[in-house]
Design a protein. Structure first.
Length: 446
């Protein structure tokens, strides 16, 4: 490296992070450490934080370097069309990791990006990371609206410069910025654009950019090598840096003409080590679903469902949902032989196991404006939370097994859907026959 910039003088890049899914940003964490070290920012702002890997890495560097920085993560924690939509569990999980470690100098601001502008003085932000909605218009808007808030030493980071599908427009906007400001781009881990916006960016950071422009291949290769210690070629976090994730059971509900959506979901964190649990949910008042779907966890595993109980209102009786096996709809997993008192038992090789069942006929019109309480007795026979086991399941030895399982799942679901449609046709024919008979009886009666 050049005399002006020496990576060996910045051992902060060798720190070990603690990360959680998704891992798309993890490969850039060594550079995040370096950026904080070179800039020594008084104020760091991140627009779009999700589970927090990038933001907590910058906070970790601030703590390790004992900087007097203030840090702010801005997000609604509701997701978008590119990051997917998610529930409050993501925010609560981030708070649980963030607050005890960095709460003395960092703040999670639950806000839209534009609404948060009023909390920051002009020319006050030294490091801005933009990672919200990734369309060209959205990224340009975020940059331009926050530009007045940037100081004369400010640097802006733009993630996903290497992604060109699904309407991503970060690359196009980054290319425009590169015509106006000194820039550098990392191409691994979906790409990261580095933009020196301020007129007085600190000399150590400008020396880094100069090194990148002089020998970009060497600099990229170094950080790609550091990234390979954190994530493998498939984007999975390597052992030792993945924080244990809680097991969360989700209950989705929908009407006959609706699809499942995160807006119609309630969740409960569970201790799967207990094995057999009664997991309780309360639907919003007045909701009388036609179907319920239980996602016992966000991990592969073997799960059982012994019973489901329903209670309408606080004073209503709790009644067991009868004939659960006959009510089955779609199952994301492979049905297994029952053990003991289990009604349904299934194995899933993916991260979205679920089982659906019809419930509308059991509720009828009894709900009114009351809230329905649902208690599901779930058995957590095997829950595969270890990342290395996930990777094992993706290897070639299990590809055929997973494909066979998926085929069986699709056949099962198609058969159930066909049965449901045939039942509907039978009812229509029966109704038509009854109406026809009534018609002729009336004719004959005349």
């Amino acid at each position: 490296m050049s005399r002006d910039f020496r990576l060996e003088e910045h051992p902060v890049v060798l720190m070990t992070p603690s990360v959680v899914p998704p891992f798309g940003w993890v490969g850039h964490i060594p550079f995040a450490y370096l950026a904080v070290d070179l800039l020594r920012p008084a104020c760091i702002v991140e627009l779009g934080t999700h589970s927090g890997n990038s933001y907590l890495a910058m906070c970790q560097a601030v703590r390790m370097l004992a900087l007097p920085s203030r840090c702010f993560a801005i997000d609604t924690w509701q997701g978008d069309s590119h990051a997917s939509h998610y529930t409050d569990q993501v925010y609560q999980s981030l708070r649980a990791r963030h607050d005890p470690r960095y709460g003395d100098f960092s703040q999670l601001l639950r806000s839209r990006f534009d609404d948060a502008l009023e909390h920051f003085a002009d020319h006050s932000v030294d490091l801005l990371h933009i990672d919200g909605l990734h369309t060209y218009e959205a990224v340009k808007h975020d940059f331009e609206t926050w530009l007045p808030k940037l100081s004369d030493k400010a640097v802006v980071l733009l993630h996903d410069t290497a992604v060109v599908e699904r309407g991503f427009g970060v690359r196009g906007f980054f290319e425009e910025l590169s015509q106006r400001y000194p820039c550098f781009e990392f191409v691994h881990s979906n790409g990261l654009g580095v933009v020196a916006v301020g007129a007085n960016v600190p000399e150590p950071f400008m020396a880094f950019l100069q090194q990148g422009q002089t020998n970009p291949a060497a600099l990229r290769a170094f950080f790609e090598a550091l990234a390979s210690n954190l994530v493998d070629a498939n984007g999975h976090a390597r052992g030792g840096i993945h924080e244990p994730q809680p097991v969360v059971c989700h209950l989705y509900y929908r009407g006959s003409d609706e699809s499942y959506d995160d807006a119609r979901r309630v969740s409960a964190e569970v201790d799967a080590s207990e094995g057999l649990l009664d997991v309780q949910f309360q639907l919003p008042p007045g909701i009388s679903p036609a179907y319920l779907r239980i996602d016992p966890a966000d991990f592969p595993g073997v799960y059982g469902l012994q019973q489901v109980r329903l209670q309408v209102g606080d004073a209503g009786p709790s009644k067991r949902l009868e004939r659960l096996e006959e009510r089955l709809g779609h199952v994301e997993g492979e049905l297994l032989p029952r053990i003991g008192s289990q009604c349904v038992r299934f194995a899933s090789f993916g991260n979205d196991p679920y089982i659906e069942f019809e419930v509308g006929s059991a509720l009828d019109d009894t709900v009114g404006g009351a809230a329905v309480d649902v208690t599901a007795r779930v058995e957590y026979e095997i829950v595969i939370t270890e990342p290395s086991m996930h990777r094992l399941m993706e290897r070639q030895a299990l590809v055929d097994m997973r494909a066979l399982s998926q085929t069986r799942v699709e056949i099962q679901n198609m058969a159930r859907e066909l049965t449901t449609r045939l039942a509907g046709i039978d009812k229509s024919i029966e109704g038509l026959a009854k109406r026809s008979l009534w018609y002729w009886l009336r004719r004959w009666g005349r």
